[in-house]
Design a protein around this ligand. Sequence first.
Ligand code: GLU
Length: 483
Amino acid sequence: MTNREVTVRIAPSPTGYLHVGTGRTAIFNYLFAKKHAGKFRIRIEDTDVERSDASLVEPILNALRWLGCEWDGEVIYQSRRFDLYRQYVEKLLESGHGYRCFCTPAELEAERNLAMAEKRAPKYSRKCLRMSQDEVRKRVERGDKFAIRLRIPDGETSYDDMVLGLLTRKNEDLEDFVAARSDGTPTYNFAVVIDDHDMEITHIVRGNDHVTNTFKQIHLYHAFGWDVPRFGHTPLILRPDKQKVSKRLGDKDVAAYQKEGILPEAMFNYLCMLGWSPKNDREIYSTQELIDIFDSANFNPSNAVFDEEKLVSFNKAHIMKKSDHDLAVLVAPMLVDAGLTTKYWLETRWEYLRMVISLLKERVRRVTDFVSLGGYFFFFDYSYDSNAEAEQFTPEAAELLSVLAERFASLTEFSHASTEAALTGLAEERGVKKAKLIHPTRLAVSGITVGPGLYDLLVALTQPVVVERMKKAVDSIRARHKL
Ligand code: GLU
């Protein structure tokens, strides 16, 4: 196996959108593949007809693409491989590693209940393993339904987990599990082994809730005489209340974070740090840097807690690393979607957008903040923050704003220095604090109370826009106070 090209995979089940746990497993496998110049493949585990929803596949693939986990080769769908599984079920029977089980669900249920009553771990009794060949033949000829079970040998099984180290389990703790159901469909453990072998998977990194499955799967590899891949089981991602992250508890899927303005590189970086560590204090890495330093020896076996605040702080750091141009590419469609401007308006004003980005960059934590904090750069019909309006748009402010608007209008050069001088001059003349002018002016030109430094903001908006907005604010204050 050592000479085989490293090949890993992610195997999502389309029973929900891509959640952060599967996203992180994808990232670990992707990094492992890149690190070893190997392949990262994808398989959709959609054999559970009841729970799988084909319409979820595309969103899952999109979320993986968004994260930056591009896969190699075609997407494999388990639901299209039933013929393959059937062939291997036959082989299992032929080799004697598998046997037919005619037990009905009611019989199995009764066995389970008895075990519980006697305080034993429920385990299949091997009743059908002891059935004579004649009896088996008779039952098959009679058309009785049967499942195929794998016969687990005596003894114990060990493997060296890439994360958890050497693990050993007594075989008697595993039951002869069902490989194929009585309707001929394969079980999860069976299909996974056939596919991982067929796809030439060399390493399997997945959540530690699969450790028991791994022992079962190893027995299937042995039954078929195949090389066993290397397994690594990463800790689970927990919610802040220490429960396992789960859609049922209302946890968001990867695409929801995208909609809420998280950058894919921030998500990639943050998820990677949950359960893996570069073994130093640095936390912020680009995807390429992570590929360069990734080492599977540095998985951390303890469970990790998903902290959205921390993710947002990673996001902020990644926003600061991104160029204004690249951020503008992301923000432009958001502004259009929010109805604040049009694609055509932006097309001829790319420099303006870039400048707005650079002015706001230090203040945003999510990409969507560019829209919520910067809409007024594109949209004139904003309303004023109502608390600030009540407090700052006083009759006195109307008078001051109207004079300041005239002074701004008469400036021959509209710059940081000249607007500041005009504002300071007026404050001194009237013997009022500068704040008396600064706050109403900001509210007048932006509608909100937070933003870039006022003079930078004025220059960015341009002289005619500033003057017009201030006059409009004066009219609004006068109307409000019936002046
Ligand atoms: N479909 C399984 C899951 O989503 C994949 C497990 C595996 O990687 O083998 O948990």
